[in-house]
Design a protein around this ligand. Sequence first.
Ligand code: AHG
Ligand code: MN
Ligand code: MN
Length: 322
Amino acid sequence: MQRFLPVLQQDNVDPQLTSLINTLMVACKEISFRLQQGELAGILGTSQEENIQGETQKKLDIISNQLIKDILLESDLVRAIASEEEDYIVAGSPNGRYLVCFDPLDGSSNIDINSLVGTIFSIMEVPEGQEGANEEMFLQPGTAQVAAGYVLYGPSTQLALTTGNGVRLFTYDNTIGEFLLTQEKMTIVEDTAEFAINMSNQRFWQAPMQNYINDLLAGNTGTRDKNFNMRWIAAMVGDVHRVLCRGGLFAYPTDAKNPEKPYKLRLMYEANPMSFLVEQAGGVSSTGYERIMSIQPTEIHQRVAVVLGSKNEVNTCLSYHK
Ligand code: AHG
Ligand code: MN
Ligand code: MN
């Protein structure tokens, strides 16, 4: 099996970008190790802190953030970072060429039950001619991403990565400390009979989503004339991974549960990188009304509605929104 670095070199990925992703993986390997230690390392449970979004941080949210932040800010290639767990952007090297957005630990409510979590990342370039570091630089649409991916800390640790030439899946071999290529090209099947959504929010969704999901639930007794199955990992990284592996539709739609927070997932470090992967694997990713990667961001922590996955099924869902 081929190792991570030669695979990207053969694909003519910019050597600096390759080096940056490799650096990021050093932190992810460390997170993977700590997660395996779990309770033994005393890293489970909740901290006393809240992030800017008013969410209580888990100890591992803070540890993972620190590991990634430290290693990225040491790199000459990184101009600045934006993280779910940092209120503001953090400046790195004045000559750095890249901007990195990340969710250091996605699905953190799964930590204490020893279940799936992951790290999601998105890499962009500093717009030409811009000096210093500011939030403005980050406000580029998802189409500007030069790389995106996630590391899933599951029974095995895996990296799904795109640099704009398809999606590759690597599996971490901890006996040699390397990610090895285990799937050259991930493609999302176009049709599916599986969906993932937090059904407890059903009564808070808008009419198009209610109608669409009702038709899925009606199965072969309804207009779809086909039975559907439901899966929900409660970590976007796990749900999107399943969609990449065997197809499906994943949605976190607009809801009216808390009028101040109509959307759950964050554009810059959840929706955009996942959309890049999904599109590169032949799937579709939308808010219900527009392509996620075309959204012009207005701030680094903004949230967005998400419907993504198997092309034909997502398009069916979108037709309810027209
Ligand atoms: P995070 O742990 O980074 O805050 O993200 C959690 C997100 C996402 O991964 C998942 O799809 C969603 O929250 C699950 O939320 P609920 O179970 O609360 O609906
Ligand atoms: Mn998350
Ligand atoms: Mn997180």
